[in-house]
Design a protein around this ligand. Structure first.
Ligand code: ADP
Ligand code: DAR
Length: 479
């Protein structure tokens, strides 16, 4: 036949199949446009799991609200190519609805196997860990009480996850939690009060628990409240920090050791934090509080048959637990960075964070935040045991590092050669990774504001070590 159909219908009169999701919508880009960006990230950042498992064919099968929601889940990993996980769930059902994608990123992150089909089991029974359930840091040679913290992320099944909440839902969530906090406040051994940074409850008027910025900053400095989420590009792209600071705050007990965050990356972050030596105590006190919270009527937590407790970020699925200690490792951090500490901690399954938590610098005295990386397909009791054993191995590495001969004094280098790190001052590239972060997060920090990489790189040996001593406080303490 020498002619083609002149109408949209095919030769047989049937409408040609419209390719699902072929163009841009208000809520998501078309496949061709989106995968121009995705393919760039795939090439430049092979460790970005979101980009690694984004598949154009699969994306093209999605349309309308489903594609818009899926795009909300994944855009953070493309907007922020240096992401590790690079995606968040928007509703508890997303992990199942978009399983062809989430199944792979979850399996790869937690088990290095995109086909992983394990089922998570929760288990808090620590009677068989340590010595009869006791995990005593003093037995590892810790002379000073250690700051210990165990937290779990939990989300109420009745609400969207934080990435998909609007201002009204965020306020409603906070109001829904207030009767639950009242019950905690009325309970012996808890008491305390709610500290909220929600300016008002909209049509419902004033917020009775509102605190001013000075009080908020005081609580952040004490590691009680979380820092400004709007300054986190990963959360911002995912919509998790939208409407800041509405629907955000915390409850803290009278003894200031039990804390529940409201409206951070998950609806609730429930935690016990205190100084001491017995990690098992912090763990068991958290379990007791969690059991009490779960009896509160509104606290029906979102759970998945395969992945356990559902969290915004797939890195926290299963237990939602991060168990951490703040320990001083001045030998492993003698160059002022966490590079050596991460090199040692990584193979031990430990994450190293700064003293202000994720994405913050290590302490001037070498204090770092150490915690097991595993959260899913591991029991709660195994996490806290992994922390204890990990700290034991890390402290052995710290002692060994202290016995190694000090590196030879850096030979005087030509001023224009980028100096390597000396024993007492970090390499320009490493140091300015931290400096640039502080410049972005804290524009009023004058030290960060006027630190210049070229000038720093022009300094050598003892001069640079002295200069670094002058300025490191402004980077270790961004505020
Ligand atoms: P999360 O632990 O909830 O994933 P972060 O790593 O950002 O979030 O930590 C949140 C806050 O808790 C930060 O201020 C951090 O310094 C503090 N923190 C975490 N672990 C400890 C600890 N063991 N001792 C004291 N503060 C801690
Ligand atoms: N930076 C993001 C988040 C990873 C895990 N941290 C969380 N969930 N707070 C990333 O994808 O790398």
């Amino acid at each position: 036949m020498g002619c083609g159909a002149s109408t949209p219908e095919g030769a047989d009169g049937a409408k040609p199949e419209k390719k699902a999701g072929s163009g841009d919508t208000a809520g998501s880009p078309g496949p061709d446009k989106f995968f121009k960006e995705v393919d760039k990230v795939k090439k430049k950042q092979p460790d970005n799991l979101c980009a690694k498992y984004l598949d154009k064919k699969y994306y093209s099968t999605l349309e309308g609200a489903d594609r818009d929601t899926f795009y909300k889940c994944v855009r953070t990993g493309i907007d922020n190519p240096d992401s590790g996980m690079g995606c968040y769930a928007m509703t508890p059902g997303d992990l199942t609805k978009f399983k062809p994608f989430f199944g792979k990123v979850i399996g790869d992150y937690h088990k290095k196997d995109p086909k992983c089909a394990l089922t998570h089991k929760n288990d808090w029974d620590i009677s068989s860990v340590g010595e009869g359930g006791v995990l005593d840091l003093a037995k590892l040679g810790m002379a000073e009480p250690i700051s210990m913290r165990v937290r779990v992320g939990r989300n109420l099944a009745a609400f969207n996850l934080p990435g998909a909440m609007d201002k009204a839902e965020r306020i409603k969530f906070e109001q829904t939690m207030l009767p639950a906090f009242d019950k905690l406040i009325a309970t012996e051994g808890y008491g305390g009060k709610v500290y909220s940074i929600t300016p008002d409850f909209g049509a419902d008027g004033a917020n009775p628990n509102f605190i001013d910025d000075a009080k908020y900053q005081e609580l952040v400095k004490k590691h009680v409240m979380f820092k400004d989420m709007d300054a986190d590009p990963y959360l911002k792209s995912a919509g998790i920090s939208s409407d800041w600071p509405f629907g955000r705050g915390c409850w803290m007990s009278d003894d200031e050791q039990k804390i529940i965050w409201i409206g951070e990356e998950d609806h609730l972050r429930i935690m016990v934090m205190k100084k001491g030596f017995l990690i098992n105590e912090v763990f068991s006190e958290l379990k007791t509080m969690l059991d009490l919270v779960e009896t509160l009527e509104v606290c029906k937590f979102a759970k998945d048959d395969q992945y356990g407790y559902i969290t915004s970020c797939p890195t926290n699925l299963g237990t939602g637990m991060r168990a951490s200690v703040h320990v001083k490792i001045p030998n492993l951090t003698s160059d002022g960075t966490d590079a050596k500490a991460k090199e040692v901690a990584g193979p031990l399954g430990l994450s190293v964070r700064g003293t202000g938590g994720e994405h913050t610098p290590i302490g001037a005295d070498g204090t770092v935040d150490i915690s097991p990386r595993a959260r899913l397909f591991i029991k709660e009791c195994e996490i806290v045991e992994a922390l204890y054993k990990g700290v034991e191995l890390l402290m052995a590495a710290e002692e060994k590092a202290g016995k190694e001969p000090a590196p030879p004094p850096a030979a005087e280098k030509k001023a224009d050669a980028p100096a390597a790190s000396t024993a007492a001052s970090p390499e320009p590239d490493d140091f300015f990774k931290l400096v640039d972060k502080v410049k972005a997060d804290q524009p009023d920090n004058l030290c960060a504001k006027y630190l210049e990489k070229d000038y720093y790189a022009s300094l050598t040996g003892a001069d640079r070590d002295t200069f670094y001593k002058c300025v490191r406080t402004g980077i270790d303490n961004p505020d």
